[in-house]
Design a protein around this ligand. Structure first.
Ligand code: F6P
Length: 490
């Protein structure tokens, strides 16, 4: 209701690289997969609520078959609430734009996680060309001259200015889902000015935190001739004004029927222990991430090892399950990282295993959302140790899963979510000793304290859910549109 009031009949177009539904061909026919993506988790419920069109890169082996000659398909499968239009990229385009510039350039550039960004001229060319292809798709989908376009993430820094050129009246809301670094760090990018100019085509530019807004504004101040109004959080560049604001992203709070479908906490625990062959009375810690070097998975394993060294009575009684969804596998940096994690896991298991028990279970394959929720409900501890993260929605999903008010969240101080979730046990993942001690505190926390912390975490995530994220952004956009209409009348 909130969203429909704010949009009041306006056309909404979302653009993201990752699509919300991936159709894969298997021996049993076509199956639909939900990607492991914080962006999709957050934007999909918003799209379901406000209908419209989602434009994304078609990435499944059977996507084309499902579209079947048409440009667009109604989704979600079986419910059909909005349009999904897929942009088909050639292998060459995907290599330069997605793997190259977006994920070997911008991803490490913005996360500053000690992986050197790589900038190739050919990747930049592909990035520019693919941004233009998505701009053309937006123009083709627009039914009037002033749609509301929601541009998602670092794959599309150039898109706002490209859309603005063809649709000057459009309201363009760009949300940057990853961190924005300081001007010195960002300044090593050879195309820093072009990226900033592209983003300043937006009407509103959103980041998760004030800190990232400040970094962005300082970066613009350093590299462009722009007028910055700190009081109003606006940047005026070439006659165009952009509001730079923080909008902490979140998740959809689960409805009671949803919670029922997950099964009781006891059932979830039983299913997980049976499936993984775990001892019954163990302390179960879980981590759920894309298999990415920014997530602090190695640091987490080191902390588990240290915990077992320091607290040997936990040997045989503490289990850590890491779900790691394969991601960006054709990049060396990812493959090397994933192999490294596997080696460390094997080493720790070899060192401590006994009588059929091993401390670390690394599940390096895709898990559908219900399987992740089952694991969260079965766990005593959820560990989120990102080295740097825009927000991180895994911690919010864990909190949403625990209607029994039990379970302890261990959370990195370098995830945007830490600002909203201070009742978690906060750690510096680079500090092994501190993280190991936090795991111990979590493992021994009395139920009363768990209840108190979890109740408070839940009330925050419940209230500041994804509809508030979208609602605040769209309310700001709505005010701007109204102002423009009033000015046009004068
Ligand atoms: O939320 C951050 C993000 O990088 C999204 O942009 C992306 O969809 C998601 O993580 C997963 O990454 P990928 O789409 O490259 O698999």
């Amino acid at each position: 209701t909130l969203l429909s009031t704010q949009l009041s009949g306006d056309q909404v177009i979302v653009v993201s690289n990752r699509e919300p539904y991936i159709h894969e061909r298997t021996a049993d026919g076509i199956i639909v997969k939900r990607p492991a993506s914080g962006l999709v988790t957050a934007v999909e419920p918003v799209m379901r609520a406000c209908s419209g069109t989602w434009i994304a890169h078609g990435s499944g082996t059977a996507d084309r078959e499902v579209v079947d000659g048409r440009d667009r398909v109604r989704v979600p499968p079986g419910h059909e609430e909005y349009w999904l239009r897929r942009v088909w990229l050639t292998a060459e385009e995907e290599k330069g734009y997605y793997y190259g510039f977006a994920n070997e350039g911008l991803w490490p550039l913005c996360h500053v996680a000690h992986v050197r960004p790589v900038f190739r001229e050919s990747d930049w060319e592909a990035y520019r060309a693919v941004n233009q292809r998505f701009a053309d798709a937006v123009v083709a989908e627009a039914t009037g001259d002033d749609p509301v376009v929601l541009v998602q993430d670092y794959h599309f820094a150039l898109l706002p200015a490209m859309i603005r050129e063809k649709l000057p009246e459009a309201t363009i809301l760009t949300f940057w889902h990853i961190p924005w670094p300081n001007p010195e760090s960002f300044g090593i990018c050879p195309w820093r000015r072009e990226l900033l100019q592209g983003m300043l085509g937006s009407t509103i530019l959103g980041f998760h935190t004030r800190f990232h807004c400040k970094n962005f504004t300082e970066t613009v101040d350093r590299y462009l001739e722009a007028r910055i109004e700190h009081e109003h959080s606006t940047i005026a560049y070439r006659e165009k004004e952009t509001l730079v604001e923080s909008y902490p992203i979140s998740i959809e709070w689960p409805a009671p029927e949803q919670v029922e479908r997950w099964g009781s906490i006891a059932q979830c625990r039983e299913r997980v222990t049976a499936r993984l062959g775990l001892p019954e009375d163990m302390c179960l810690a879980v981590g759920v991430d894309r298999f990415d070097y920014t997530k602090g998975i190695l640091e987490r394993l080191n902390a588990v090892e240290r915990l077992l060294e320091k607290r040997p009575h936990l040997i045989g009684r503490f289990v850590f399950v890491q779900v790691a969804a394969p991601t960006r596998n054709s990049l060396d940096e990812y493959r090397n990282f994933q192999e490294h994690v596997q080696r460390v896991t094997d080493r720790i298991n070899l060192r401590f295993e006994r009588d059929g028990w091993r401390p670390v279970h690394l599940l390096a394959h895709h898990h559908e959302p219900h399987a992740v929720m089952e694991l969260f409900r079965a766990a005593d501890i959820c560990v989120v140790t990102s080295l740097h993260d825009g927000m991180n929605l895994v911690c919010k999903e864990f909190v949403a899963a625990r209607d029994d008010l039990q379970g302890v969240l261990v959370l990195s101080r370098f995830a945007g979510a830490v600002r909203e979730l201070p009742e978690a046990l906060i750690v510096n993942p680079y500090h092994v000793e501190e993280t190991a001690d936090a795991l111990y505190s979590a493992a021994t926390m009395p139920p009363g304290e768990q209840r108190e912390r979890m109740a408070s975490l839940r009330s925050t995530v419940h209230e500041y859910n994804v509809f508030r994220w979208a609602g605040r952004m769209l309310a700001d956009a709505g005010r701007g549109r109204l102002r423009n209409r009033i000015e046009a009348r004068v």
